[in-house]
Design a protein around this ligand. Structure first.
Ligand code: F0G
Length: 464
């Protein structure tokens, strides 16, 4: 069993209730506008908010800040090769930089990009290049029974239907996001990955894996996937034969990522770094094109928008992310929070994914209609009640879609302790007990780009 000792202490305090109330009103009931010093437990995201290890900090001191030919880049490249199986690496300042470099190279006006579920920045990059982003999630009701499912899978069946409509030539890229962040952080099986590979071959498309949380995904594969003798069935339940339980996380990651032509990676997630990312690919021509684009937008190809010390920290973090005891602790913490919420009968998405617990705010506040943003009401109440910052991923963040009213409680890596997790659960429970008194919200001021409104819009409680 692994646990972590703190080698550097940071302070977090819970401001008094009146101060929280004032801060929330001043923030226009949008927690993106809060100062972090007013937040007690910050579960806004798991991206770049984790705690680096002593080994990462030590590596930073040896960061090579050379503009070209940095030794720190060599270390990153070696880590990507060992852990993920890609030799050709284009470093970028973070995941969306990698998306710009890769999708800017692969996607043209009128192209369709198929993905199990596009993350927001992926969707935006497809659109920015004139493409159409199409989601092909599996229907979770069709997937395996509770606890053994891969609800993040890509539906090859839906993708085929789409290709029948638009033609294979219109689909140059197929993406698989592991784990599936926009679908409650659910994992994707190796079997499904193999089916997507075959599908991409069939339509002659480049197969990209968004590998932000590839190590967490491999943990689920190890835990629940049986190796199937008949590969290729996409939407079927995984078999119950002995599978990956004796495989190392690194071996699983390499098998799964080995099926892709390219990966985009945010080092802020399973790189356990505070900044950084990269794209990596097998085709030398694609590598050359991406490097040229990277010089334009990110930096010379041996630093790509990162300081040498950041490259060094990411190189070490990638190797730590595939250590089994690290993942047992990491996913164990997410499950600890889920367990406390389950005991309190809070409606959460089950089975629980890798980086966060998703609360179903629609079920939490059945009396608040989606036009009055039940998820945002919950986010506001969590802050008001316990200084906890979460994020709404429902009708406020995704206007004009019929997505469920999720609120994500994302756990930063190696940062919080049992006392914080208990505090979060108690906060959610306290709000649940007085849920009938909570009202919805309306937007009073919003930015011109509707897709980005949740980052800066201002709201007010709906008058009774
Ligand atoms: N792809 C996925 C699946 C992501 O979750 C993210 C970021 C990105 C790409 C972009 O990476 O932030 O380094 O530019 N997700 C964060 C989140 C922001 O809170 O889920 P980035």
């Amino acid at each position: 069993m692994r646990s972590y000792v703190t080698k550097m202490a940071g302070v977090t305090t819970l401001p008094p209730r009146e101060e929280r109330e004032a801060a929330l009103a001043e923030a226009g009931y949008n927690v993106f506008n809060l100062d972090s010093e007013n937040v007690f437990v910050d579960l806004l995201t798991d991206s770049g908010t984790g705690t680096m290890s002593d080994a990462q900090w030590a590596a930073m001191l040896e960061g090579d800040e050379a503009y070209a030919g940095s030794d720190s880049f060599d270390r990153l490249q070696a880590a990507v090769q060992d852990v993920m199986g890609f030799e050709q690496v284009v470093p970028t300042h973070q995941g969306r930089g990698a998306e710009n470099v890769l999708y800017g190279t692969l996607v043209s006006e009128g192209d369709h990009v198929l993905n199990n579920t596009h993350f927001d920045t992926t969707r935006a990059h497809v659109a920015a290049n004139g493409g159409v982003a199409v989601d092909c999630p599996v229907d979770s009701a069709e997937s395996a029974d509770e606890g053994n499912s891969f609800d993040g899978n890509f539906s090859v069946e839906r993708a085929r239907e789409h290709v029948d409509d638009v033609g294979a030539d219109a689909v140059p890229v197929v993406v698989l996001t592991i784990t599936n962040n926009s679908n409650a952080g659910q994992p994707v099986s190796v079997e499904n990955t193999r089916a997507v590979r075959e599908f991409a071959d069939e339509i002659d498309a480049t197969f990209v894996i968004d590998a932000c949380r590839f190590a967490e995904n491999a943990y689920f594969v190890r835990e629940r996937e049986g190796r199937s003798p008949s590969d290729g069935a996409s939407d079927e339940a995984p078999s119950r034969e002995p599978g990956y339980e004796d495989a190392s996380i690194q071996a699983i990651a390499r098998e799964q990522l080995g099926l892709a032509d390219a990966v985009v990676m945010s080092g802020k997630k399973d790189g356990i770094a505070n900044i950084g990312g990269f794209a990596a690919m097998r085709d030398p021509d694609l590598f050359e094109h991406c490097k040229q684009r990277a010089i334009l937008y990110e930096g010379f190809p041996t630093y790509g928008g990162m300081a040498g010390r950041d490259l060094a920290a990411l190189a070490v973090g990638l190797r730590e992310a595939v250590e089994l005891p690290y993942l047992e602790h990491r996913i164990g913490q997410v499950r600890e929070l889920a367990g406390l919420l389950r005991d309190a009968e809070i409606p959460i998405v089950e089975p629980v994914g890798g980086h966060a617990v998703y609360v179903d705010a629609g079920a939490f506040f059945p009396a608040i209609p989606s036009t009055e943003f039940p998820g945002q009401a919950l986010v506001c109440e969590l802050y008001r009640e316990g200084g906890v910052r979460a994020v709404e991923l429902g009708s406020f963040a995704f206007p004009d879609t019929d997505r469920p009213e999720y609120v994500r409680l994302a756990l930063p890596r190696r940062t919080y302790h049992r006392e914080h997790i208990e505090h979060v659960a108690e906060t959610v429970e306290a709000v649940f007990e007085r849920r009938d008194e909570v009202s919805g919200y309306e937007i009073v001021d919003e930015p011109p780009i509707e897709e980005l409104r949740h980052f800066s819009a201002r709201l007010e409680p709906v008058a009774e």
